[in-house]
Design a protein around this ligand. Sequence first.
Ligand code: TGC
Ligand code: FAD
Length: 389
Amino acid sequence: SSPVHPFDLLAVDGLLTDEEREIRRTVRAMADRELRPHVADWFERGAVPARELARRLGSVGVLGMHLEGYGCAGTNAVAYGLACLELEAVDSGLRSLVSVQGSLAMYAIWKYGSEEQKQQWLPGMAAGEYIGCFGLTEPDAGSDPGSMRTRAKRDGGDWVLNGTKMWITNGSVADVAVVWARTDDGVRGFLVPAGTPGFRAPEIKQKLSLRASVTSELVLEDVRLPADAMLPAARGLSGPLGCLNEARFGIVFGALGAARDCLETALAYAGDRIVFDRSLASYQLTQQKLADMSLELGKGMLLALHLGRLKDAGSLSPEQVSVGKLNNVREAIAIARECRTILGANGITLEYPVMRHANNLESVLTYEGTSEVHSLVVGKALTGESAFR
Ligand code: TGC
Ligand code: FAD
């Protein structure tokens, strides 16, 4: 038998601890048993049972799993990354649910919230009883969140919020929205409970990507909030951008899950499919595609694990996260598209996961900082020149 594993050519598994492998095994088993059988149907219908999913994901401990206290599992960053990878091997939409809940909404409260805010929201969010969303992007402010128009004004002791957020994952199903708004004191974060008068979250339909995920608009019309709705410790754009570092890190691992699932499918298909009297896998052109893809998957895993170890050592920089997100999402989408060619016409159906992953990765390439934004972050680190504006 071959001494190498096709999805772990470089034996990265051997660099993981027993605990990391055990967490990965648990998440993979649950995802394969309970999520994978349904995901093509959710994608086709453009509807997910988000509340049931959140409770189930909470029960296996993946919501806010890298945070300490308040009912969170307190694992290391690598274990969190591996959980993201296993969920995204099923569908990027499921990993999105977990990223937004744990790394954006919960992290914002955990990092910048008051003790009362943490006690009120975090245990229920870790359990999946409460769902959170994170509203930064606006219709006219995506890559440049500094140009946001959503405004929070003081009125006596209260805050009054007006504005619109766009493309917000989990928005329509969220119990609490973390909303970033401009104030006289710069950008600040606010906790907006669902049902607050003046607050609506209509769902965005007709998506061709991330269909197994809820995406919404957030509309705020004279939304009145008490003074203690503001996150006290977040000041300026570094508040929301600090949360993005966390979610982007999860994507560095996550995108490789989608790539692995595509490669696994294509390898099996190529072995079975007979073309011109021989298996598709026996042709040099196919083997070159498979070899190149497994090389990129292996290199991506080494990069992800390296960044995870830096994060656990407390020395990971935002620029290094940009390197990881830029590379691993770019390679994952290239792998998904190449695998689609191996499946021929079968590749365009939902019977196989490949085109679903490829379509999902179009969103992953865009959200959490587009590939262009991450190129410019790296460019600025190299040259000292900011080319954003
Ligand atoms: P700039 O002047 O460079 O910085 C403003 C302030 O922010 C600080 N900062 C950071 N802090 C922490 N982490 C980072 N990565 C940071 N980057 C910058 C910076 O030090 C400064 O702080 P201070 O205290 O001096 O004020 O900001 P800029 O306006 O030039 O913009 C920089 C840029 C373009 C890199 C940034 O705005 C950016 O990252 N844009 C992309 C926006 C983005 O990623 N949006 C994502 C929305 S959430 C989402 O997509 C969720 S999808 C999740 C899912 O479904 O899985
Ligand atoms: P734009 O910023 O308008 O960019 C358009 C194009 O211009 C891109 O190619 C971009 O890279 C390029 N560009 C921008 N600036 C430059 C420049 N300086 N130089 C060269 N090129 C440039 N946001 C949230 O806040 N919360 C969420 O939960 C969330 N979930 C999402 C879920 C999905 C499915 C999607 C698709 C998006 C989600 N987003 C969310 C929004 C996402 O973060 C934004 O779409 C992203 O930041 C890009 O913004 P934009 O779409 O407005 O594109």
